[in-house]
Design a protein around this ligand. Structure first.
Ligand code: ADP
Length: 356
């Protein structure tokens, strides 16, 4: 109360006309509605964005811009949040008077009287249609480019392997060595193509899982043998057993584990041990990949799961897609993924996998 009084005193020169001018001149669409949802005020930016004049919007409810794109659960959450006195934020798709759709970052806040009762709501829509369209164009480009490049790259790889075998047979060591370098680059290109294809599948909701019961302990055992063959400088050790079958897409879970172990090795010094810890938590298994590598700064802990995000001082090769794809695969299984890390002291990447 004393703080509120202080603000009022400090701002005693600010009149309600000043606030009115600020709202009228704002670039974002703003409207005020009563507790019953009936619109009582709209600013000029609202008229410009929606195409509805003040006289057409006042007295109606925000349903006039309803595009049908938001599920019923969205409105339930919105009303329960604002009626409890809290601020609600979301990205929505609305419809203009002309029928055209627009994307908006939507903030709706309750206005309370002196008794603390909610009397009105103020809503702000920031038009983000242009950036959404750009994002869509970028996604479409990624999808087309990765599909179109996949076939020629697969053919180049097959012919190069054939040629390498031939050169080895004829004893042409120098050219065979050059070709093995080319094949290495092709592998990294193939990996990028596969990751881009997965990103498109995720964005379009097309990443489907072939879920079956499988033995997680056995899968990790098999992967460790492969890891030791490829990365012989770092020992990979499994700790614990689940002794239970999990339900999931074995190929995709193997992809997640391979990504986490590859990262653990990539961001560690050689000769450091990598641990894969498994634990049974009644309804789900918890899997943790632990390294003693460079670690991750605290403020980057959630960012690394965003697509194309790489920590700026990462001097290893990569595209910033592996963790994004892995966490989406785990989400599709009904699990979650997170990291605990100390910069300079290593990282532990966790994920859960439900049994059913
Ligand atoms: P990539 O490794 O291909 O760049 P990822 O999505 O797998 O992409 O990882 C994103 C970023 O997270 C990496 O660029 C790196 O900075 C950081 N990171 C991932 N795993 C680790 C790890 N085990 N230790 C330290 N940093 C990591």
């Amino acid at each position: 109360m004393r703080i509120k009084k202080k603000i009022i005193t400090a701002n005693k020169n600010l009149t309600s006309e000043m606030f009115y001018t600020a709202v009228e001149q704002a670039g974002d669409a703003i409207f005020i509605a009563g507790k019953n949802g009936i619109i009582e005020y709209v600013n000029p930016a609202f008229e410009k964005l929606t195409g509805y004049k003040k006289s057409e919007a006042i007295g109606k409810t925000p349903r006039i811009v309803n595009s049908g794109h938001q599920p019923v659960s969205y409105y339930k959450k919105l009303w329960s949040t604002i009626l409890s006195g809290a601020v609600f934020r979301a990205t929505v798709v609305n419809k203009k008077k002309s029928g055209e759709l627009f994307y908006a970052d939507h903030t709706i806040a309750p206005i309370k009287n002196l008794k603390g009762e909610v009397t009105n709501f103020v809503a702000i829509w920031r038009d983000i249609t242009k950036s959404k369209e750009l994002e869509k164009r970028k996604d479409d480009f990624i999808s087309v480019a990765s599909h179109e490049l996949k076939t020629p790259i697969t053919a180049i790889k097959a012919y190069s392997e054939l040629l390498k075998k031939h050169l080895e047979k004829t004893g042409d060591i120098k050219n065979s060595y050059i070709l093995s370098k080319i094949l290495l680059k092709i592998s990294s290109l193939t990996r990028l193509m596969d990751q881009l294809l997965d990103v498109s599948r995720i964005e379009e909701g097309r990443l489907s899982l072939d879920k079956r019961k499988f033995d997680l302990d056995e899968l990790i055992g098999k992967l460790i043998i492969d890891f030791q063959y490829v990365f012989n400088a770092n020992e990979v050790v499994k700790i614990g057993n689940i002794n239970k079958k999990v339900c999931g897409d074995e190929g995709r879970i193997s992809q997640v584990l391979t990504n986490l172990v590859t990262n653990a090795i990539k961001y560690s010094h050689s000769n450091k041990k990598i641990l894969i810890k498994v634990a049974d938590e009644k309804t789900h298994a918890v899997i943790c990949v632990i390294d003693e590598g460079v670690g991750i700064p605290k403020n980057k802990g959630s960012k690394i799961f965003e697509r194309f995000y790489r920590i700026s001082n990462s001097n290893s090769s990569g595209f910033g897609l592996g963790l994004y794809i892995s966490s989406e695969i785990i989400k599709l299984h009904g699990g979650k993924m997170w990291v605990e890390s100390n910069k300079g002291r290593g990282s532990s990447f966790y994920f859960t996998l439900p049994y059913k």
